[in-house]
Structure formats: structure tokens, C-alpha cells
Design a binder for this molecule. Structure first.
Ligand code: ADP
Length: 488
């Protein structure tokens, strides 16, 4: 699929350190999850290259932070325009290595780019404060300054947006960055880095280190242990988040963590059922269920339970599973064999414990060499089942039954996670009660789609630390400094 790019020079297989493309000594393979085909062999870097990238980012920092925010914004805006201009090629690269349908990949390019222009603007508004004095001989001022060299470790499910959501605020604030993209999707990261180069990003300001699973651990360790790196931003599993947090403890690094979720999706008796079904489809099956805000548990009140399951089943039957490059396909493959195995184990566990299979329920046949799983709907699911506790990260909708508002709030909050949640109701009192009672960083009310650059994205409990996007998203990349002026 990559032979058809309009601009073949967007296909980079080397890492970017200090403005130079670096081949490294070894390479690792990147595969198409829809076919299993080899797409490219990419530079497999390690700890020594990480030290070089840290040194380059540190050397580039003084000049970058000294530029007026408006000059940094101009480079970011050129970068943004280039992403938009090359949408088609970026989408092709993304579908090839990640598997999502081409239309979704195009959507992600736009979403990913939107963080760049948002933060290019926000960077101009990093205001400080003057504080009313309590001593006539003194004046108090607080200013905000770029934190320094920042590291970003990103996942494969949104190969561009998870990078720009971290890197754009860091760069806009005057920090320099080192990106370690997921080993499954380095090509999208490198294409975006190539466009940053074309936009005029100075050498060392934006660096990308690629590595396979094993080398990613070594690169991550070097980034965490460095006392030059001041901030680490990570999106991925809670398990890896804990490892990184531990590794960052000795250097007391600032952390932004966007970790796992276990999103409840609640449908009350008074909901608009068609709208709830539509929201469930978007929240559950987008990216084949592989987003951290995907509905993981669908709780439906008993009065509308059967009607909801029937309507959802009809929509699920309309999904077209296949290679993301084929027209009309709206459900792609899972990222790898491990992801497929997890989905299979969750479905097997639910069926063994008494769930009712309404649709799907097995890996799809006749789809070439990729990891495809049928869009699946399970009814009569209970809290004892694995899918109630763990994030399935696949196209499986487990539907639970509940009776009362109090009961469902307790069920929804009974998890160590707290990222996204959703509920459907037309009762204004209930909307406030439930919206306030859900222990989540984000609540979608009568919608299954909540993400956009302008709003604060993030979780509570073991779903993470900090917020990305919105005017708050740049705060993680600046330090507040207090200046006390005496002898006035
Ligand atoms: P997922 O479960 O979504 O694949 P992971 O948390 O395993 O998420 O991976 C997300 C990112 O973290 C990837 O870039 C991966 O290479 C990186 N990663 C995984 N394990 C480690 C580790 N021990 N140290 C540093 N980075 C890691």
C-alpha cells in the first residue's frame, strides 16, 4: 500500500536526532496488521542514541525558548499546514501500519493537526501574574517558563494524535522534545517528523527515537533516568505507566500520564434509544474498539434492555469488517496477535460464565493474514466476568442489566480506572446527579464522542495524571517562577 504515496519521501525509516536522519546499527520490521506483510525496516536504536538525542535537545533548548512565542507559533503553523496538505499520504501510512479504515485515518490526521494550531495559539497566552503586595518595599511577580527537555512515549492506537497532543504544547511553551513512538507504528511518527523538518523546526528541537519492543524499554529507561529530561509524558497501559513512574522517581521528574480506562456507557430508561445506540456504535467500534475511551461496559436499565440489545444488534450487523484500504470498510484488524488473544479470552470467559452471544464471537475467517475479530455483542453480562474488570480493547460490546440509578453509579465506579464515561438520559436532574457522581475525568452525556483539541482530556484514579488539550494542556510544560522584588 505504501508504493502509492504521492510524496515517497514521507516514508522515512531512520530516526531523527539533532536534525539528522540516523540509521543506527540494526533495524526492526514493521508489519501491516491487515495482511501480515512486511511494510518497512526501521532503525532500531538504543540507550547510547538516547543520550545523543538528550544532548541535542538540551543544546537546542536555550535558542528555542528564547524565541518569542509568536516565532515558535509560526513554525508550528507551517507544520500544521503541511500535515493538512499531506493528509492523504499520512492517512495511507497510518492505515498500512495501524489498520484503521482510511476514513478514520484521515480523521486522525485532522484531529492530530488540530492540536498543533491550538497550541501554537495558546503558546502566545502563557500569562504570568502580579500579586498584590503585603510589604510596601516589595513587589511579587510570578512568571511561567518552559520546563526544558521533554520526553514523549506514545502508543500505536493514535499514531499521530498522541504525538501532537504532547509535542505541540511542549514546543509552543519553548521546550524541546524527544519522541519514542510505539514500535508498531513508527512510520507515522517519522512522516510527521519529516514535515516538522520541512516546516523549519531547528535541529535538536524535535527528535524521534525508534526501537523495537526490547529497545523501547532501553530507550524509555534512559529517558526516565536522565536528569536533563525534566518531564515525561506517556500514553499507554497503566502497567507500563507504573514502571515509568517508578523509573522517574530518582530524578523527581514531572509526569503526565494517560493510562488505561474501563469506560462505562449507561443507558437509562428515559434515554433516546436510537441516539444511545448510535453513540454506543461510535464509542465501542471506532478503531476496532482500540481506544482508551471506548465504551468497555454497557449498562442498560431493565425497562429498555431488550429493545436496546435488538437495536444495537441490527447496527452491528451493518458493520463491514476488512482491510482499511477497501472502500466501505468501517472495522479494521486488531493491532497484533496478543490483542486478538485478549479479545478471545474475554469472550470465552463471558460465555463460560453465562453471557448470551448475540453477534460475532470469533476471529473472522477469510480475511488474509491479519488479525481480524468479528464485531461482537454479548448480552446478560455480569460483574463476575473478566470484561467487567479489564479493558478488552477490541470490538466486543458486553451489555449488563441494571435497575436503579444508585446501583448503576456504584457499578460504574467500581473500578481502579477513571478515564472516560458516558450516559444517556433526558432528565435534567439525573444528568447533573449522575454527571457529578461518576468518578471519571470525562463524562459524555448523550454522546459517544467527546475528544477535541479544545477540551481537557485525562483521567482520575489509576487512569493517569494531568490533562492534555485545552488551555490547561500547556501547563504541564511550564514551571511557575516567583520573583520577589525588594528595595522598592
Ligand atoms: P499498549 O498496551 O497500548 O500497547 P504499552 O503501554 O505497552 O501500550 O505501550 C505504549 C508505549 O510504551 C509504546 O511506545 C511502547 O513501546 C512503550 N513501552 C512499553 N513498555 C515500556 C517500558 N517498559 N519502558 C518504556 N516504554 C515502554
Amino acid at each position: 500500500p505504501l508504493a502509492a504515496l504521492d510524496d515517497a519521501s514521507l516514508l522515512k525509516t531512520q530516526s531523527l536526532i539533532n536534525g539528522e536522519w540516523v540509521a543506527g546499527g540494526a533495524r526492526f520490521a514493521v508489519h501491516d496488521p491487515a495482511t501480515g506483510a512486511l511494510l518497512a525496516e526501521v532503525a532500531n536504536l538504543g540507550a547510547a542514541d538516547t543520550e545523543a538525542a538528550i544532548a541535542a535537545a538540551n543544546a537546542a533548548w536555550p535558542a528555542w525558548r528564547s524565541k518569542p512565542a509568536k516565532e515558535r507559533a509560526a513554525i508550528l503553523m507551517r507544520w500544521h499546514s503541511l500535515l493538512i496538505k499531506h493528509t492523504e499520504d499520512l492517512a495511507r501510512i497510518m492505515t498500512a501500519e495501524q489498520g484503521k479504515p482510511l476514513a478514520e485515518a484521515r480523521g486522525e490526521v485532522a484531529y492530530g493537526a488540530s492540536f498543533i494550531d491550538w497550541f501554537a495559539e495558546e503558546g502566545k497566552r502563557v500569562y504570568g501574574e502580579t500579586i498584590p503586595t503585603t510589604d510596601n518595599n516589595k513587589r511579587y511577580i510570578a512568571i511561567k517558563q518552559a520546563m526544558g527537555v521533554c520526553a514523549a512515549i506514545t502508543p500505536w492506537n493514535f499514531p499521530i494524535a498522541m504525538i501532537t497532543r504532547k509535542v505541540a504544547p511542549a514546543l509552543a511553551a519553548g521546550c524541546t522534545v524527544i519522541i519514542k513512538p510505539a514500535e508498531q507504528t513508527p512510520l507515522s511518527a517519522l512522516a510527521v517528523a519529516e514535515l516538522a523538518q520541512r516546516a523549519g523546526m531547528p535541529a535538536g528541537v524535535l527528535n524521534v527515537l525508534t526501537g523495537d519492543g526490547e529497545q523501547s524499554i532501553a530507550i524509555g529507561k534512559a529517558l526516565c533516568e536522565s536528569d536533563v529530561v525534566r518531564h515525561l509524558s506517556f500514553t499507554g497501559s497503566t502497567e507500563v505507566g507504573r514502571i515509568l513512574m517508578r523509573q522517574c522517581a530518582p530524578t523527581i521528574k514531572k509526569l503526565s500520564l494517560e493510562l488505561g480506562g474501563n469506560a462505562p456507557f449507561i443507558v437509562f430508561d428515559d434515554a433516546d434509544l436510537d441516539s444511545a445506540v448510535e453513540g454506543a456504535m461510535a464509542s465501542k467500534y471506532r478503531n476496532a474498539g482500540q481506544t482508551c475511551v471506548c465504551a468497555n461496559r454497557l449498562y442498560v436499565q431493565e425497562g429498555v434492555y431488550d429493545a436496546f440489545v435488538t437495536k444495537l444488534a441490527a447496527k452491528v450487523a451493518g458493520l463491514k469488517l476488512g482491510n482499511g484500504f477497501e472502500p466501505g470498510v468501517n472495522l479494521g484488524p486488531l493491532i497484533d496477535a496478543q490483542a486478538l488473544a485478549k479479545v478471545e479470552s474475554h469472550v470465552a470467559d463471558a460465555l463460560a460464565k453465562g453471557a448470551r452471544l448475540v453477534a460475532g464471537g470469533k476471529p473472522a475467517e477469510g480475511q488474509g493474514g491479519g488479525q481480524f475479530y468479528e464485531p461482537t455483542l454479548l448480552a446478560d453480562v455480569t460483574s463476575e466476568m473478566l470484561c467487567a474488570r479489564e479493558e478488552t480493547f477490541g470490538p466486543v460490546a458486553p451489555v449488563f442489566r441494571f435497575q436503579t440509578e444508585t446501583e448503576v453509579i456504584a457499578l460504574a465506579n467500581d473500578t481502579e480506572f477513571g478515564l472516560a464515561s458516558y450516559f444517556y438520559s433526558r432528565d435534567i436532574g439525573r444528568i447533573f446527579r449522575v454527571g457529578e457522581a461518576l468518578e471519571y475525568g470525562m463524562v459524555g452525556v448523550n454522546t459517544g464522542l467527546i475528544s477535541t483539541a479544545e477540551v481537557p482530556f485525562g483521567g482520575v484514579k489509576q487512569s493517569g495524571l494531568g490533562r492534555e488539550g485545552s488551555r490547561h494542556g500547556i501547563e504541564d510544560y511550564v514551571e511557575l517562577k516567583y520573583l520577589c522584588l525588594g528595595d522598592i
